[in-house]
Design a protein. Structure first.
Ligand SMILES: [Zn+2]
Length: 142
């Protein structure tokens, strides 16, 4: 049973003594030192396909997390700015852009003692970053 060999081209499982793939006719390549077909199974199929797929799923998840957290944070930030400074605050927040994301949760936390926005914005960004890191660890960019 240990003498089976995978076709590097189509993945067909061939008898260990086969020279050409029974399915696609490709020349079967054995790793050096495994000419007899004994020992560990030759890695003829693309390695880590499941892992790459998982990496892609995690990457999509991280994008969704960032989009949702970013959108909700923006709405909450602008709502907070309008509550504090009215229309001027909203316009200022839009002009400052990314600074708003960072500054408003901190402002709300230190001036109002409300940690929810801070935890949500920063925690969400951190979660997105962690997922993105996990995604590139699972499926490195080619
Ligand atoms: Zn084949």
């Amino acid at each position: 049973m240990s003498t089976l060999i995978y076709c590097w081209q189509c993945g067909h499982l061939n008898p260990g003594n086969a020279v050409h793939c029974a399915s696609c006719g490709a020349l079967l390549v054995r790793p050096p030192g495994l000419a007899d077909g004994a020992g560990p199974r030759p890695q003829a199929r693309p390695v880590g396909t499941t892992r790459r797929t998982l990496g892609k799923i995690v990457k999509v998840a991280s994008t969704i997390v960032w989009l949702v957290v970013g959108l909700v944070s923006m709405i909450l930030d602008l709502w907070m700015l309008s509550y504090e400074w009215g229309l001027q605050g909203v316009i200022g927040g839009l002009i400052l852009g990314p600074v708003t994301f960072i500054a408003v949760p901190l402002y709300v936390f230190f001036n109002r003692g409300a940690w929810v926005l801070l935890a949500f914005s920063y925690g969400g960004a951190l979660l997105g970053a962690l997922l993105m890191g996990l995604a590139s660890a699972l499926a490195p960019e080619e």
